[in-house]
Design a protein around this ligand. Sequence first.
Ligand code: BG6
Length: 492
Amino acid sequence: MGFKEGFLWGGSISAAQVEGGWNEGGKSPVLVDYATAGYAEKGRRHRFITYRNADGTNGEVPMLVTAEIPDGAEYVLRENVHYPNHDAADFYHRYKEDIALFAEMGFTTFNTSISWARVFPDGMEGGVNWEGVEFYRDVFQECRRYGMDPVITLYKYDEPLCLKKKYGGWINRAMIDEFVEFAWVCFTEYGDLVNKWMTFNEINIEIMIGSMSGEEEEMQRKFLAAHHQIVAAARAVKLAHSISSEQKVGCMIAGICTYPLTPDPEDILAAQKIFQKKFCYCADAMIRGKYPGFTNRIWKENNVFFDISEEDRNDMLEGVADFLGFSYYNSNCVTTHPQEGDTVEGNLIRGEKNPYLQESDWGWTIDAKGFKYFLHILNDRYQVPLFVAENGLGAYDRVEEDGSVHDPYRIEYLRDHISCMKEAVEEGVDLFGYTTWGPLDLVSASTGQMDKRYGFIYVDKNDIGEGDFCRIKKDSFYWYQKVIGSNGECLK
Ligand code: BG6
């Protein structure tokens, strides 16, 4: 009973959200380097990418949307504006200290992403930046030195600006070759240190958040961009397998569990449709190697149409992922009945409030039982090993006068989720690892905040950029150490 021997325990971070050193070591800028900070009460839509128009006037577009800047405009950094990803949590300069802290907690795995723009600052054309390659080699060597078996993500919300400028981003299938070349360098350079990979983080996210403008064209662009990423991922899987049969490459899908708010069959169908569009569409393509049967309906409902070539179909079939990685933070509800009152928002999804559940300070519903339910659903549908790539609670922490940080709310959230995950495993779910999100405080993806903290390790840096980056072990640090030390048996 319980977790198998060798179950992987650890934490998950991402290059752009944690490293800083945004213009050091030969790295070129990524899109999120131009994103301003947002705030809890405003949320994602108030985090913007800044640019300057040809006539010298300033403009901004919401972040993480396939929105374009106007013709002739240039991405610019404005004076006196705080860009939180520039120094993030300063992992770039402190990774040895941080990995030692992860090891002290007993991590047996560690997930981070490789910044594409550190490895190829100018795309394929400009060649490899060996300083960037060496940086990650050192990070992975450090992990191995402490006995961690890293699971590494190739692409996580950090599109290189040079490629955005050259091709217009993922809407252009030229990005596929660029990505495959990047993947090839990673697989060949780090093959002796890393044998578990994930291709694109939360590949379904753009589809999930729908059309910001409500325009048809935008959904067409989102689905096409996702298709290019799906094909790029499949080709990367094939490549890794051709290099070594030891290499395992998973996909990574944002997981949100949607309940019908009422037993009305219309609500049941509405919840099913959300799961099909927002999760299965991408997961089926990557785990089963083809788009699901309900694709035509989804395309029709979203005014999407494009041709899928024979070559793409073959790549998808031949490059199916070895495991299904996913994130789980919250659940939500859907109804076809008119509702009064507040909706809830979490991980970019808006839904109806669930009267049985509490929410975090950011309004994300807290639902550990939903986690168990979701693990079963994925296990039954996909029948491949599962990996929980992200789970955690974003909360405000306070440093006490004696320098300690007490975070019982975080311990409670994680305890409940790990306990439900354990039940799922005992009931037969095939899960090989669990990494909590942000073991070290980092920049929030949706709000750009540092004060939305997920970590076991406090980082002295706040929303407006004040702080000296010093690290403090929170109460949860010692708690997670016991969890890992007992292989998930001791959750007290
Ligand atoms: C996941 C992303 O969806 O959620 C992470 O993969 C992100 O990058 C995490 O940080 C938590 O979201 P947020 O908005 O609180 O940072």
